[in-house]
Ligand binder design. Structure first.
Ligand code: ME8
Length: 516
């Protein structure tokens, strides 16, 4: 099965100033589905996630909580960020923290190389700084608030909090030198930034001209020290972006770097600019390959606004998984929202889709088919030719779902798969196996109908394994599948030769949930 093709995918590394909400979990599940899908294709897959622990935001949070930034980060990583991965079933291959020695060493090495090669110089900067974004802002990024706590002040459009005026002598990266190479990159590789809306915004931004980037700070010391001047620490974004190569051996393991790099970066569109402008410029300066792609997904909105902890609209992922389960969490956010666009979350919508699609659609199909094989054939799966219409459909759905994944259209991959769920439900309704069972002359037809239905379920278990890992595994074993379902090649999901016996499901895959 292994094709051996490398597929390295990353999530942003998240700030540890607070606990995760469903926006962070959304990026994690999307990256995990893509990684699981590629693993199931036999690609040499690597999923990296982690935490961003330096900078003013973390420092101030720690001070406000009467602790040190290191102690604060240690406790949040262990109490909140790593447990998040369990809550939503993320199968990451590594977890990087920017306070780890492997990372700090790589940052120093990278910076020194850029300095030695003349890409860094010393200068002075004055500008508006948003600590929430950890970024100097242009006037267009700000707005004046007429009322509320910050009436009359300039606030950041993303965080709604006042910006600060900073004036510092620090080191600059000659980013302006990469304006033309970056525009050439976007032109020659249109899929470098996706989706098109984010790409257009990035191209417009770079066309307006790039300034050099201030990459050090001397007014506080929570960061990686600049190797040639220990009165400065590295700017938190310059430090953070390097996680994508520090985690795969930059400077210490050339073979590993060669094996994994370049990556696909999955990020929210709020930070697409850092990944599609600053990061490739840094890599070009260091003589490294640019990322394979940067995909900026949309925002989860609550009440029409980007969900965020600072605005107190954050919802903890466990609030959802405690009631609906982790599979439903994964399914809901990836199927209900067009990947790449914004989407609104509501409990009503979650519950409605859970019941319509998972409980009544998929779960009920599985229970019905397995119960009928148990009842009419004593659990032995009939060995009969699969009905032509379903045989054709399972091939089509396998191909279209795989193609959708290659285009980052995760919601479409699920929609294609659901045409098979719906078709199988309709097939059972139309073929009426319970009626066939009453007529001994129809025994052969009954065998064929149930063989066809089980074949469809086998395809579904394989195709849904990246999205619904728990339910797929249960279904797979219930229909006699051998070994773990995710060991079955997903691009040949239609090609299941079948088990011999079913084992009834003790509880349905997606039980109905009483309204509360
Ligand atoms: O920006 N909807 O970290 P961060 C969808 N440390 N996704 C959301 C979201 C929402 N409402 N809110 C957050 C940082 N996200 C930096 C990254 S990478 C080298 C450094 C997700 O903790 C989305 O992926 O602020 C967004 O890009 C990310 O969380 C921001 O996380």
């Amino acid at each position: 099965m292994p094709s051996g093709e490398s597929f390295y995918i990353t999530t942003p590394i998240f700030y540890v100033n607070d606990v995760p909400h469903i926006g962070h979990a959304y990026t994690e599940v999307a990256a995990d589905v893509l990684a699981r899908w590629h693993r199931q294709r036999g690609d040499d897959t690597w999923l990296l996630t982690g935490t961003d622990e330096h900078g003013q935001k973390i420092l101030r949070t720690a001070v406000a909580n009467d602790t040190t930034p290191q102690a604060w980060a240690d406790s949040l990583v262990e109490k909140a960020w790593k447990p998040l991965l369990e809550t939503i079933d993320i199968r990451n291959d590594d977890f990087i923290r920017t306070t780890e020695e492997r990372h700090e060493k790589a940052v120093a090495l990278f910076l020194q190389k850029l300095y030695d090669d003349g890409h860094i110089y010393s200068g002075e900067y004055e500008g508006y700084y948003c600590v929430g974004c950890e970024e100097y802002k242009q006037i267009d990024d700000l707005m004046e608030t007429p009322d509320g706590d910050y009436a009359g002040q300039l606030v950041c459009k993303i965080h709604g909090r006042p910006v600060e005026i900073l004036k510092e002598k620090n080191y600059f990266f000659r980013m302006s030198a990469f304006e033309k190479p970056l525009l050439d990159l976007y032109e020659s590789n249109p899929s470098f930034v996706q989706p098109a809306s984010v790409r257009n915004e990035i191209v417009q931004f770079v066309k307006q001209g790039l300034d050099d980037l201030s990459i050090s700070r001397s007014s506080f010391d929570w960061g990686v020290k600049v190797p040639w001047d220990d009165t400065h620490v590295v700017y938190v974004w310059f430090d953070a972006l390097l996680n994508y190569i520090s985690a795969i051996g930059y400077g210490v393991d050339d073979a590993e770097l060669e094996r994994r790099w370049p990556a696909v970066h999955l990020v929210g569109k709020d930070i697409a600019r850092f990944h599609a402008v600053i990061w490739p410029a840094m890599l070009m300066a260091a003589g490294l390959e640019v990322p394979r792609a940067v995909f900026g997904h949309g925002w989860l909105l609550v009440g029409g606004e980007k969900m965020s902890k600072s605005k107190l609209t954050g919802i903890a992922p466990a609030q959802i998984t405690d009631t609906f389960g982790s599979d439903a969490f994964r399914f809901y956010f990836l199927s209900a929202i067009t990947f790449g666009q914004d989407g609104s979350f509501s409990w009503e919508d979650l519950s409605a889709r859970y019941h319509a699609e998972l409980a009544n659609g998929f779960g009920n199909l599985a229970s019905r088919v397995i119960a009928m094989v148990t009842k009419y054939f004593d659990g032995e799966i009939p060995q009969a030719p699969v009905d032509e219409a379903i045989a054709v459909l399972v091939r089509e759905v396998t191909a279209s779902a795989n193609a959708a994944i290659d285009a980052f259209a995760i919601n479409e991959a699920i929609a294609h798969t659901w045409t098979l769920v719906d078709a199988l439900n309709l097939y059972i309704t139309e073929q009426e196996p319970w009626a066939l069972a009453k007529d001994p002359a129809q025994r052969e037809r009954l065998q064929q109908v149930l063989a066809t239905a089980v074949h469809g379920l086998g395809t579904l278990a394989i195709l849904l394994a990246p999205i619904l890992p728990r339910a797929s595994e249960r279904l797979w074993h219930a229909i006699g599948g051998e070994g773990p379902v995710d060991a079955r090649p997903i691009d040949h999901a239609f090609d299941w030769s079948g088990g011999t016996h079913v084992t009834p499901l003790e509880t349905s895959l997606f039980p109905r949930i009483e309204e509360d």
